[in-house]
Design a binder for this molecule. Structure first.
Ligand code: NAD
Length: 269
């Protein structure tokens, strides 16, 4: 069955879209009719494969190499989508990474790297998107909103994570950035929302699922008893970007199989 074309005619940027969650989100948005810029910082072949997959399915996409933590590269990326598709309607701030270490061993470089890609990168991209959305305003035949910004957070915006202070701080920061932007931009008919995934099977957390023993240990943290798939997030992002979610702004949707339900208390603690 063909996916309903709820994003028909809209243009989207998905950051970090050559792998894992970003790749699945880009494919899902394209299946719903959006034209997608596949952002990446890696080799072109991985991004080219995502573009090929979208194109073969009848969608439209192109790839763009840009480091989301670099202001000039982010500006160049927005200029590229506006040149190619005329404007932008949807930004999915997805790019992110981990550089794990105990606090006492963590270098300033590790702290700064994670904060600048996971948090500052989302600020830089959101700012460019908002500038374009405000300048252009609502285009009724495309969407009831002037623009949508989706911020990829994590259950670690609320669950502390020993040994990952830079990552958890970046995700906590995304939560408050998202809410503040939602408050500031709502009068411009711009919606800003968050997605907080639990454990999703991607390269970022391979050690947590690559052996049966590791996966069983991980499943102890997931009441619904399965690891999430990138496509779970693709479906949610598509819905949040569509007008079906038009009255949602300033909230994070947790998509985690119950990971944030304090599973350790399920047997009375
Ligand atoms: P992944 O490693 O498969 O993908 C991360 C992507 O970000 C890659 O495409 C990578 O190239 C890109 N990236 C990294 N640094 C970049 C930069 N400076 N500029 C542009 N792109 C950059 O991991 P994933 O699991 O797909 O993670 C995607 C997002 O989802 C991240 O923000 C991550 O924190 C979040 N998340 C993942 C999980 C999970 O369980 N997989 C859970 C919660 C949140």
């Amino acid at each position: 069955m063909k996916t309903p074309q709820k994003l028909k005619g809209q243009a989207a940027i998905v950051t970090g879209a050559d792998s894992g969650i970003g790749k699945a989100v880009a494919i899902a948005l394209a299946a719903a009719g959006a034209k997608v810029l596949i952002n990446h910082i890696g080799q072109h072949d991985k991004a080219d494969k995502v573009v090929d997959e979208i194109t073969k399915a009848g969608g439209k996409a192109f790839e763009f190499h840009a480091d989301v933590s670099k202001e000039d590269e982010v500006k160049a990326m927005f200029a590229a989508i506006i040149k190619k598709y005329g404007s932008i309607d949807i930004l999915v701030n997805n790019a992110g990474l981990q550089e794990d270490a105990a606090l006492v061993d963590m270098t300033l470089e590790q702290w700064n790297k994670v904060i600048s890609i996971n948090l500052t990168g989302q600020f830089l991209c959101s700012r460019e998107a908002a500038r374009e959305f405000i300048k252009r305003g609502v285009v009724k035949k495309r969407s009831t909103a002037a623009g949508k910004i989706i911020c990829m957070s994590s259950v670690h915006e609320v669950i502390p994570w020993a040994g990952h202070v830079n990552y958890a701080a970046s995700k906590g920061g995304i939560s408050m950035m998202m809410k503040t932007l939602a408050q500031e931009l709502a009068p411009h008919k711009i919606r800003v929302v968050g997605i907080a995934p639990g454990a999703i099977q991607t390269p970022i957390n391979k050690p947590a699922w690559e052996t049966p023993a590791a996966l069983n240990k991980l499943l102890e943290l997931i009441p619904y008893n399965r690891i999430g798939q990138p496509e779970d997030i693709g479906k949610l992002a598509t819905w949040l970007a569509s007008d079906d979610a038009d009255y949602i702004t300033g909230h994070t949707v947790f998509i985690d199989g119950g990971m944030a339900l304090y599973p350790g208390f399920a047997d009375n603690g």
